[in-house]
Design a protein around this ligand. Structure first.
Ligand code: DP6
Length: 320
């Protein structure tokens, strides 16, 4: 009744923003992401009937704040007549700062919980369950370039291309390390209810997905760069135009975009994307990663840098 699993966060290139069914947490649009390699969340789940309730530690410290969402996820995977669980989470990057920590957390938790209860579920079933906890988590069940299709009754997730077939590098410029002020779940609802651009976003997403899918199939970096940057800026424009406006960027975010534009003008293979936080993710061809890292590291307001290749989907690990 004890198992562990590891999952990597993923970075969306064509973004999930908005829900069509809030209760079931079904996205309003499909999305395409890349699963990272170096960043991880590892979850250990021990089911223990002698506990009074679920318990959670994150990097060794008790954390009651995150527990309710994790408990709900366990109920969905195991049924609400399950035994209480002792959950231990280890994460090697900042949590709730726009680095997709919920994606890797819920993907790892779903796999570990099913294994602890000796339930053998297919990857697509685990993805659907993880997606109910956090939409982006469904994509972390798969590695490489991943598409989440928005089907009528559920989601369907698949790998479009393995990480080894097109090994891009992601340099992450950390411009603030604290947790974000508005969570993505809440910000999506503000966008859906108040942004005048929301309906155009929904209409245009199938087109962006088609272009990105083609770019990945053709390994066409320039094409993937153009559609990904455009899609990211559209998502942030929706938020900027909502009431109240949701602005995740800080001045260093803007400076990083300027740096990336300069690198592009010099002919480097790099493009930017940003999520629900001020961090800038620079996706680049591996041979330009060192130069990209150096330029972003020297950009005003960048407090830290991380770098990652592309990795695999969530999987079970041996117990420590
Ligand atoms: C900007 O998956 O965190 O990172 O389903 O409400 O938990 P919930 O949202 P979440 O949102 C991710 C938003 C994004 C874009 C993306 O990852 O596609």
């Amino acid at each position: 009744m004890r198992a562990a699993a590891i999952a990597q966060p993923n970075i969306a290139l064509i973004k999930y923003w908005g829900k069509r069914d809030v209760g079931r947490n079904l996205p309003a649009v499909g999305s395409i992401s890349i699963t990272l390699h170096e960043l991880f969340t590892e979850m250990e789940v021990q089911l223990d009937g002698s506990l009074a309730g679920d318990q959670l530690t994150v990097n060794g410290a008790p954390d009651a704040g995150l527990l309710p969402r994790l408990s709900d996820c366990l109920d969905r995977v195991l049924g609400d007549d399950r035994d209480p669980a002792r959950i231990q989470s280890r994460c090697n990057f900042p949590i709730a700062a726009g680095l997709a920590s919920s994606a890797s957390a819920f993907a790892a938790l779903t796999v570990a919980a099913a294994a602890a209860a000796e339930r053998s579920l297919e990857t697509y079933e685990l993805a659907s369950l993880a997606g109910r906890a956090s939409g982006s988590a469904a994509r972390s069940l798969y590695g490489g370039f991943v598409e989440l299709e928005n089907r009528r009754d559920d989601i369907a997730v698949r790998t479009l291309r393995a990480a080894t077939e097109w090994p891009l590098t992601v340099v992450i410029a950390i411009t603030a390390s604290g947790p974000k002020a508005v969570g993505s779940t809440e910000a999506m609802e503000i966008s859906r209810k108040t942004s005048p651009f929301y309906s155009s976003w929904i209409e245009q997403q199938p087109h962006d997905l088609t272009i990105a899918r083609e770019a990945i199939q053709q390994k066409d970096f320039a094409k993937l760069a153009a559609v990904s940057e455009h899609n990211c800026l559209k998502m942030h424009s929706i938020m900027w135009a909502s009431r109240p406006p949701v602005v995740y960027w800080n001045s260093a975010t803007m400076s990083c975009l300027q740096t990336i534009r300069e690198l592009q003008a010099q002919g480097l293979g790099v493009f930017f994307t940003m999520d629900a936080g001020p961090q800038v993710k620079a996706v680049c061809v591996p041979e330009h990663a060192a130069q990209v890292g150096e330029a972003l590291g020297g950009t005003d307001g960048v407090v830290d840098l991380m770098q990652s290749g592309l990795g695999e989907g969530a999987r079970r690990t041996k117990m420590p």
